[in-house]
Design a protein around this ligand. Structure first.
Ligand SMILES: [Zn+2]
Length: 382
């Protein structure tokens, strides 16, 4: 008997973690195009070795198939070139059945990106905490002013149109977000203020201060039941995997006061996806994001992540994403891959007698669409 595949082709996905489409991105030379698909800080890796990754070769193949051209970089770049940024994005989102995007506005700069009404799909926006916090540090004359301004600013996030927060502590100061004595936090604030005085701004990598401000953010998120997405594991050239391990979030997850703050562990926590699935299985407020665009993985490796997640966590705690950024091809291929791999993994569960066909179909709808619609308050939630 052929393996069962749960058909989810009619399910419009909610891309629960992605980034904006940047005007003009991908329109330059081949080296610039390739570097969109690498997280390495090494220029050789970004412009040469990336072309030898399985992910990149699959991307070129899929783009060639979509545009009906030969499978070479020059051919696919020529095929995408005639479309305007918005037209290309809308065509690809329609082709991939993207029903909604949850966009992290921290990268790229929203001013360089297509506007929400150009994307042709429903959109929810997330506030990048560290960028907001460093602006507040730069504007605050005293530490107590900063604490008050942070709370007031974040309490206004919903009314400014944000559906949640995103934290990049995982690649700034680490996911072991602690409570610090006041004197250490104020010393850290003084250091950050010196950086402001010298340069006019601050890159908030001052751990006692950032941790303290994140706790203010978590109190607001818990009170307002705002989801908080955490960068976990792979991604970004300055990520240190040793401090981006999901188990480091234990203190935050154990905190009773944060039980009503939904915590979304991004990127499938890859390569720590079993730990991520465990956390989503144990903590009522922990959700695992299954990302199919970034990390840049082969299909078998994405299948491993999918199997581990479906195998351990409640299906109500998993959410599809692409983590696509800058060019819409990532959101597009991620949606096709995610739908297909989740359908295949659910099919295996049917064949093994874990799920009925109806349960598997329902699970696919939850992971691709309904869980995120409910969590981010998008219309049509289940
Ligand atoms: Zn991201």
């Amino acid at each position: 008997m052929p393996p069962t595949h749960v058909d989810l082709s009619d399910v419009a996905v909610v891309d629960n973690h992605c980034h904006g489409v940047e005007r003009g991105a991908g329109g330059g030379d081949v080296g610039g195009w390739r570097s969109l698909f690498s997280e390495s800080p090494d220029p050789m890796m970004r412009t040469e070795a990336v072309a030898d990754t399985v992910f990149y070769q699959r991307l070129v193949t899929e783009m060639a198939r979509h545009h009906g051209v030969a499978a070479g970089e020059a051919d696919v770049l020529a095929a995408r070139a005639p479309y305007g940024d918005a037209e290309l994005a809308r065509r690809l989102f329609t082709d991939a059945g993207v029903g909604a995007l949850v966009i992290d506005t921290g990268y790229p700069d929203p001013a360089a990106c297509l506007q929400v009404d150009e994307l042709g799909t429903e959109v929810a926006l997330l506030l990048r905490l560290e960028l907001e916090l460093q602006d507040l540090v730069a504007a605050a004359p005293t530490y107590d002013d900063l604490l008050g301004a942070t709370r007031a600013n974040l309490e206004g996030a919903r009314s400014r149109g944000f559906a949640g927060f995103k934290s990049i502590a995982g690649y700034r100061t680490g996911l072991d977000i602690r409570r610090w004595p006041r004197d250490e936090a104020t010393a850290s604030f003084a250091e950050a203020r010196r950086e402001v005085e010298l340069t006019g701004s601050v890159r908030l990598g001052h751990k006692p201060l950032l941790d303290t401000l994140l706790h203010v953010a978590f109190e607001v998120a818990a009170a307002e039941q705002l989801p908080v997405q955490f960068h976990v594991g792979y991604g970004d050239p300055d990520a240190d995997l040793r401090s981006a391990h999901p188990l480091l979030l234990r203190d935050v997850l154990e905190e009773r006061a944060y039980r009503h703050m939904p915590v979304v562990l991004l990127h499938g926590c890859w390569p720590f996806f079993r730990e991520g699935a465990y956390l989503a299985a144990v903590y009522g407020n922990a959700f695992l994001d299954l990302s199919y665009g970034i990390p840049f993985l082969s299909r078998p490796e994405m299948r491993s992540m999918t199997r581990a997640a479906l195998g351990a966590a409640p299906l109500s705690k998993l959410m599809y994403s692409s983590d696509g950024a800058r060019v819409p091809e990532l959101h597009w291929m991620g949606a096709h891959d995610g739908r297909r791999l989740i359908g295949a993994a659910l099919g295996e569960l049917v064949d093994d007698g874990d799920l009925t066909a109806a349960q598997a179909r329902r699970g696919g709808e939850q992971v691709l669409r309904d869980n995120a619609r409910t969590l981010y308050g998008l219309g049509g939630g289940a």
